[in-house]
Design a protein around this ligand. Sequence first.
Ligand code: MEV
Length: 302
Amino acid sequence: MGHGEAQGKIILFGEHFVVHGAPAIAGGVSSRVLVDVEPSDENRIVTAHKVVEKMSLSGIERILAVMGIHGRYEVRLTGDLRTYGGLGSSAAFCVALVNALADERGLHLTKREINKYAYEGEKAFHGNPSGIDNTIATHGGVIVFRRGRTPDENSFEFVELYKPLDLAVTFTGKYSETSKMVGRVKKFKSQDEVGFKQLMDEYTGIAGNARHALERGKAEDLGSLMNANQALLSELGVSDEGNEKVNKMALDEGALGAKLTGGGGGGCCIALGRDKYHSREIVHKMKNAGFDSFQTKIVKML
Ligand code: MEV
């Protein structure tokens, strides 16, 4: 028997742009995935969570292969992280699984190895992941991540938050596969290279200013930058009606900024409150309107 855990994430800035080499900023959330493994006659995923079994089994096989483990396992997935909607659950599952297998085998892995093995598993879920989700699930904290030409060239730095961020996270009620949304952006890029480059350049400016605002605690600037990032995501075609509606509801409630987080096409949106009382009010409004919504705080290190 082996046990492993990993946390979910919120992308504050730069989903999709990060796939194409722009820096993205993400923070870990306290919700976690827990994985227990036990040797078995075949690989099996056992969970009450909503998961795509085929992808999960493929993720398990890929991780066993890259770790050089020949056995088969029953993999039990529990924890309080929602397994849908862009909160990094597949990456957290992969990191927790690597940790559980290492525990079961008595292996002492470095964070670099854990991240590398989890990335191989992530490919079963997303095809062409940037690596940001498994990096945050491995290391936690708040990071600026940049994709390299190869996974070994991926890089990240921790960001020193001046003060915690109080967010409302709302599930739009619709889930789109990340790989499909990543494919949509790839198509946009191939059909309009100049337009795509303009959006990338605009976004890169936003990312630099956002880091500055995070480090200096400039919440209002941060909110405006979230709105500007959201406008670019809409132009890219990854923000659907549900995302637009939820963002507008949050802004009407006085949120400093609102945007989708993760792959989009539904999934989750985040709204920045002035403080925890304000983000709670936003969550109440969302819940009263029938949305699944919760409060979270992004802190320097969990
Ligand atoms: C998914 O959480 C974020 C995307 O940018 C995909 C990726 O970075 O692999 C949409």
